[in-house]
Write a protein that binds this ligand. Structure first.
Ligand code: NAD
Ligand code: 6OD
Length: 494
């Protein structure tokens, strides 16, 4: 098969969407396909003046008619946007695949599906969310009624990563908008297409100018930094690397802006000897290699109880070597490319470092050779290591590629200590058929999300986020609604 995935026709030049208009700029950069290295489109980079225009337009929207809409009206807008994504489903699919090189089936069942679900979920949740109500009695019998009001926070900046572009952006935009705010989004420079297509959907849905804006560009010295430093921004919601989070926190500090951060991870999967063996192998294959390991929730550390360790390694090796890598639409394909050649160089540097640090390479460790244009893309082999001490750099630093290290363990206390011995704290998965053990172990893991006998199952009403270097705050359900609104308590003497 020699399919080359290209962008939908309206995305032949990727423009900014500011104040209800598609805006070009004099400076452009290339959007490159990671499948074969070809240039997909020119992206118009927003300069400081255009970012400023976007923020001012968003401010006018919040202080104008949009800020005075009620939640029922906003819910209709969110459903109209979801309808628009549904109508243009195949174009979103093409945009996500062209930018990321991921398998079609994943883009369909995860990325575009979640783009729609994020808008529908928050449209419905916003309508049922309500504040607190307390009755207070003073010593003389006077009664006070307290109720809380939720108001828009203002103008929110969303800075999103490349690994799940549409999912991450809509995960922020939907709750921002249902709360009556306006948003300026900066998608990753690596994945500008689905955000631009989403702007087309907002435009077609007749959403007022300024409510939803997209600015393209990079981080430092470009649109990202200009946005996070802008005094007209009230809150920054960011998903990306922990180091970038630290830089954004500094930029946001001057304006004392609210921040919500979803950052990196070095997540662990723990497989007890009493686990359903086959389910655990399949689960760890998914949790280590989905999206070529480029999901913040992926398990790069796997701990397996010693009695099943050798059997587990053998099964993981066989399953990994059977995974199909290739074009996104090839039947049975499990892994596409990484996001870029540059990222592949980072992943391969860890493949080399692991060997220097004394790892045994169970499988993988290199680059697949196809003998066609994919050799100019950014593919890597899924890789399994064993034999590293927990202190090795490959056991401490986030690789963000299709790789896991598998270590044996002997007791619950030992494995809990080792899982927690990291600067991150995003997610863990525990594989066991012992219910008591599941309840004993899960509260002791220092992470924001724990799955038992599954991975990446998401109910959008549940809190999502990490501890320590993995983030600040939680989003999801009422946690998003709390973050994206200002709360005012009204106390009335009766
Ligand atoms: P990144 O931090 O390099 O970039 C993310 C975004 O920040 C991009 O849009 C980029 O242009 C922008 N940016 C970079 N520097 C900036 C600056 N100084 N000011 C303002 N904006 C700036 O992350 P990435 O490489 O795109 O994504 C991969 C990382 O994201 C991994 O570490 C992964 O774990 C993390 N991630 C975390 C979650 C989560 O929910 N915890 C989800 C997805 C990805
Ligand atoms: O499921 C989600 O809502 C979410 N934000 C997932 C993020 C995955 C990280 O790569």
């Amino acid at each position: 098969m020699s399919s080359v995935f290209s962008l939908p026709p309206t995305l032949s030049g990727l423009r900014n969407y500011v104040d209800g208009e598609f805006v070009e700029s004099s400076k452009t950069f290339d959007n490159v396909s990671p499948l074969n290295g070809r240039v997909l489109a020119k992206v118009h980079e927003a300069d400081e003046a255009l970012v400023d225009r976007a923020v001012r337009s968003a401010r006018r929207a919040v202080e104008g008619a949009w800020g005075r809409t009620n939640v029922q009206e906003r819910a209709k807008v969110l459903h109209a946007v979801a309808d628009g994504i549904e109508r243009r489903f195949d174009e979103f699919l093409a945009a996500e695949i062209a930018d990321t090189g991921r398998p079609l089936e994943q883009a369909r069942s995860l990325d575009v599906y979640r783009g729609i679900a994020n808008f529908r979920t928050f449209a419905d949740l916003g309508k049922v969310a309500h504040g607190d109500y307390f009755e207070t009695f003073l010593p003389d019998g006077t009664k006070l009624l307290n109720h809380t009001l939720r108001k828009p926070l203002g103008v929110v900046a969303s800075i999103s990563p490349w690994n799940l572009p549409l999912l991450s952006l809509t995960w922020k935009a939907a709750p921002v908008l249902i709360c009556g705010n306006a948003i300026v989004c900066k998608p990753s420079e690596e994945t500008p297409s689905s955000a631009t297509l989403l702007a087309e959907v907002f435009h077609e849905a007749g959403v007022p100018a300024g409510v939803f804006n997209v600015v393209h560009g990079f981080g430092p010295g470009s649109a990202g930094e200009a946005l996070t430093r802008h005094p007209g921004i009230d809150a920054v919601t960011f998903t990306g690397e922990s180091r970038t989070g630290a830089a954004i926190m500094k930029a946001a500090a001057d304006g004392v802006k609210d921040i919500s951060f979803e950052l990196g991870g070095k997540n662990a999967a723990v497989v007890f000897a009493d686990a359903d063996f086959d389910a655990a192998v399949e689960g760890v294959i998914r949790s280590s290699f989905t999206n070529s390991g480029q999901v913040c929730l992926c398990s790069e550390r796997v701990y397996v109880e010693r009695p099943i360790f050798d059997r587990f390694i053998a099964a993981m090796k066989a399953r990994t070597e059977a995974l199909k890598i290739g074009w996104p639409d090839e039947p049975g394909v499990f892994m596409g490319s990484l996001i870029s050649r540059e990222h592949r160089e980072k992943v391969l540097s860890y493949y080399r470092l692991a060997v220097e640090e004394g790892a045994t390479v169970v499988t993988g460790g290199g680059v697949p050779v196809f003998g066609d244009e994919r050799d100019d893309g950014a593919f890597v082999q899924p890789t399994i290591w064993t034999g590293l001490p927990d202190t090795a750099r490959c056991m401490i630093e986030e690789v963000f590629g299709p790789v896991c290290h598998i270590s044996p363990f002997d007791s619950e206390d030992e494995v809990i200590r080792r899982v927690n011995d990291t600067a991150y704290g995003l997610a863990s998965s525990v594989w066991t058929t012992n219910l008591s053990r599941a309840h004993r172990v899960t509260p002791r893991l220092s992470v924001g999300i724990v799955w038992v006998n599954t991975w990446f199952s998401r109910d959008l009403r549940t809190p999502f986020g990490g501890t320590r270097l993995s983030g600040i705050g939680r989003e999801g359900g009422r946690y998003s609604l709390d973050f994206y609104s200002e709360t005012t308590n009204v106390c009335i003497k009766v």
